[in-house]
Design a protein around this ligand. Structure first.
Ligand SMILES: O=C(O)c1cc(=O)[nH]c(=O)n1[C@@H]1O[C@H](COP(=O)(O)O)[C@@H](O)[C@H]1O
Length: 237
């Protein structure tokens, strides 16, 4: 399994969110020298399919972010189907519960080889307390994230996806063990878009994020490589 990053550059994951494979390949080639991993998410996977992974993996390890959330047997089957693609990280939704998470972990181990890191997505960074209430969760985002984080790790997740607002609370509650992958990152002054629980790259890393995930502030920049370099330069831990 992928080790923790040993320097600021290794901490940066760029989300290659585009429906067009040629555009994804261009972006990936521009930013790969500046980053630790490239993230392939639903937008590109749904448009271009599993074959989108290989060209990205030639440039950097790939975080395959499909946020799997289904019955344990189906999620385990999906992990088995994804194994030949050799992603470095994969996401499942913590809300799928302990049996689903344990099945995902078993399936990743059964596939053998250098298995992917299984990351449990806690509460999406676009969700606030009002949206949690709308789906029947009375806890605030921090409380809910820490609850899901503890459950997911006990069930076999290798790490967690959370917003930068919960990094310090997770470290306080669960220590340095959990690997934390943190989207909802916005350099000061950049457009927040649909994100709600955000912080700057430096804040997230100072609080204890292992990796930060950045999409539009880099992919929408006139010079994506320069934008990635500026973010890496801002990281101190
Ligand atoms: O799992 C993720 O990566 C993820 C979880 C989450 O809670 N929030 C979140 O934004 N993400 C992903 O992180 C990326 C953030 O992109 P930007 O908002 O453009 O920086 C997107 O690809 C999202 O799919």
């Amino acid at each position: 399994m992928l080790s923790r990053p040993d320097g600021p550059r290794g901490r940066l994951i760029v989300a290659i969110d585009t429906p067009t494979l040629p555009r994804a390949e261009t972006l990936a080639a521009q930013v790969a020298p500046e980053v630790g991993l490239l993230k392939l998410g639903l937008e590109l996977f749904c448009a271009a399919g599993p074959s989108a992974l290989a060209p990205l993996r030639q440039l950097a390890p790939v975080f395959l972010d499909l946020k799997l959330h289904d019955i344990p047997n189906t999620v385990a089957g999906a992990l088995g189907s994804l194994a030949p693609l050799r992603p470095a990280m994969v996401t499942i939704h913590a809300a799928g519960g302990p049996a689903m998470i344990a099945a995902a972990r078993r399936a990743a181990e059964a596939a053998g080889g250098d298995r992917p890191m299984i990351l449990a997505v806690t509460v999406l960074t676009s969700i606030d307390a009002g949206t949690l209430r709308a789906i029947g969760v009375e806890a605030d985002p921090v409380e809910q994230v820490v609850r899901l984080a503890r459950m997911a790790l006990e069930a076999g997740a290798d790490g967690l996806v959370c917003s930068p607002r919960e990094v310090a609370p997770i470290r306080a509650a669960l220590g340095e063990g959990p690997r934390l992958v943190v989207p909802g990152i916005r350099p000061a002054g950049s457009d927040i878009g649909d994100q709600v629980r955000v912080a700057t790259p430096a804040e997230a890393v100072a609080d204890g994020a292992d990796w930060i995930v950045v999409g539009r502030p880099i992919t929408g920049a006139a010079d994506p490589a320069a934008a990635a370099r500026a973010i890496v330069a801002s990281l101190t831990r």
